[in-house]
Design a protein around this ligand. Structure first.
Ligand code: NAD
Length: 519
């Protein structure tokens, strides 16, 4: 282990540990404990004990802690980006974007929480409610579990963790075993440096630790692969706890023949290759109309060739494309590219992994068809397969020919045409003349359609209320000794009630007045 390696927990205990390596050069950068179910249970019990006082603080009290937390993130920005970079192999610029996501998320949910969580008066409706006051209180699920993947070690726990905390829940996080260091450090900062209430904790470990978290919490938020998402949903079903699962994608980019090709190619490069393509909403397949196809491919290839690859030194912003986060992911990309090339596609640029580190060269594939893995399965890597299409119809048909439904993008100068295409796409988001963007706009919902998820995040109040339970409150408008429908039944009163129900509930005079109908 190097002198700078981060050791979370006591490395001298007999407990198993997970060693974390930097994907760019293989050096050990830290280790974390592989927590047992009993340890996860202990942590969960501590969180449960701390949660009522946190809820009691109300949104204004909790906001103070979250804004101090945001200050801490900004004061430690370079150190956090450095840890992220070491465990993911990202370029400095890609890692730094996660700080921007944190800033936006904390500010958005602290600003709006009091409104989102306010008691709500409900309008009376129907005779039963005439004598009542109707309200809804919003109460958090006491303990929320948040299980996350390795591609955004700061941003992903933040986007769900902040609304859950602002809602008044305690949160048990389970970061990926591939990148556990960033969130372990954030949790340490919250507890040790900020002395904030002990309502967050970090369970470290692999799938078994994830299952242990799932078995402790009152609501589970999962981000990761479809295969694991299914297991989470099934287990949550057995436990009868609510779940929200944000899963994989195969986002289509549709370039129509009137698009600005300079902007579209720049958008494809960033939208497809940011974070080495390891983003659920990255551009995974591109459909370009015949008339602009050659221009699009030429410009795309030139821009991809100009990218600099490598893990750049601290704060230098001197490369764009970093490493892939783990060997398994590199192998998936190799398989998709290899299969396409074997079946006649051309890697116009890139197409291979580098000799050192887990780097895969940014790759443009042409001559692909819809039976190839690179067009059907999530690649989650730095590839841009481009396919020529005849018209809008063919582009829409191919874009929808997928079990995934996370997001898509449409590129055209014609606003109406863009909306017409968007309305026919089977995805939870459509970016018009941009890529990845909807996900970063917290007031908009991020919802995976089809196999890309159940539930959703962000999107105003809904992004916070998913961590809450609604409590219906009914109280008396007038002081009455009894209610007309309470016991004992009095025939005269019951008949009067029957007439009243007809009079107020029926939709024609014959039924309102209880008259006999035609034979
Ligand atoms: P993964 O499903 O392998 O692992 C995700 C997390 O689940 C990890 O923390 C892992 O330890 C844990 N886990 C594994 N098995 C578990 C089990 N049986 N019970 C409980 N927890 C378990 O996913 P990954 O490879 O880490 O991440 C890549 C995937 O994440 C891609 O498919 C990507 O599209 C998806 N993703 C989706 C979004 C989104 O918001 N839709 C965002 C980022 C990534």
């Amino acid at each position: 282990m190097t002198a700078t390696a981060r050791e979370v927990g006591d490395p001298d205990t007999a407990a198993a540990r997970i060693v974390v390596r930097c994907p760019a050069d293989g050096r050990i950068v830290g280790s974390v404990p592989e927590m047992s179910a009993a340890e996860v249970h202990e942590v969960a019990a501590r969180l449960r004990a701390a949660q009522p006082a946190w809820e009691e603080l109300g949104p204004h009290g909790r906001k103070k802690h979250l804004l101090r937390f945001l200050d801490w993130i900004l004061d430690n920005e370079d150190r956090l980006v450095g840890i992220m970079q070491e465990e993911t192999g990202k370029s400095w610029g890609d890692a730094a974007m996660e700080i921007a996501v944190a800033v936006d998320t904390v500010n958005y949910f602290t600003k709006h929480a009091a409104d989102f969580l306010a008691d709500r008066a409900v309008k009376r409706d129907g005779p039963m409610s005439l004598t009542k006051n109707l309200r809804v209180f919003i109460r958090p699920h006491p303990l929320v579990g948040i299980i996350t993947p390795w591609n955004g070690p700061l941003a992903t726990p933040i986007v769900d963790g902040m609304p859950a905390l602002m809602a008044g829940a305690a949160v048990l996080f389970k970061p990926s075993e591939v990148t556990p260091l960033t969130w372990s450090e954030v949790t340490r900062g919250w507890i040790e440096e900020l002395g904030a209430p002990p309502v967050i904790a970090c369970a470290t470990g692999g799938g078994a630790a994830g299952t242990a978290v799932l078995d402790e919490v009152d609501m589970i938020q999962f981000t990761g692969s479809i295969a694991t998402g299914r297991k989470i949903a099934a287990r949550a079903g057995e436990r009868l706890i609510p779940h929200s699962v944000e899963l994989g994608g195969k986002d289509a980019m549709i370039v129509l023949d009137d698009a600005d090709i300079d902007r579209a190619t720049s958008g494809a490069v960033w939208g497809g290759l940011w974070n080495s393509g390891q983003i659920c909403v990255s551009v995974e397949r591109i459909y370009v109309q015949e008339r602009v196809y050659d221009e699009f491919v030429d410009k795309l290839v030139a821009k991809v060739r100009a990218l600099r690859q490598g893990m750049d030194p601290d704060g230098s912003y001197s490369t764009e494309i970093g490493a892939m986060a783990n060997e398994r992911q590199v192998q998936i990309v190799e398989r998709h590219v290899g299969e396409a090339v074997e079946r006649g596609a051309v890697a116009v640029t890139g197409g291979r992994r580098k000799d050192q580190g887990l780097f895969f060269e940014p790759t443009v594939l042409t001559g692909v068809d819809h039976s190839m893995l690179c067009m059907r399965e999530e690649t989650f890597g730095p590839t841009l397969p481009v396919m020529m299409v005849k018209d809008d119809e063919e582009a829409i048909r191919l874009a929808n020919d997928s079990p995934y439904g996370l997001a898509a993008s449409v590129w055209t100068a014609d606003k109406q045409r863009a909306d017409r295409v968007a309305r026919r796409l089977e995805t939870g988001a459509v970016n018009i003349n941009s890529a990845l963007t909807a996900t970063m706009l917290i007031p908009l919902p991020m919802v995976g359609w089809k196999s890309s998820g159940v539930g959703g995040r962000n999107g105003g109040a809904a992004g916070m209320l998913k961590f809450c339970r609604q409590q219906a409150i009914v109280s008396e408008r007038f002081r009455l000794k009894s209610e007309p429908h309470w016991y004992p039944y009095v025939p005269r009163m019951s008949r009067l009630q029957k007439r009243l129900i007809r009079l107020t509930g029926a939709h024609d005079w014959r039924r309102r007045l209880g008259l006999r109908g035609p034979k």
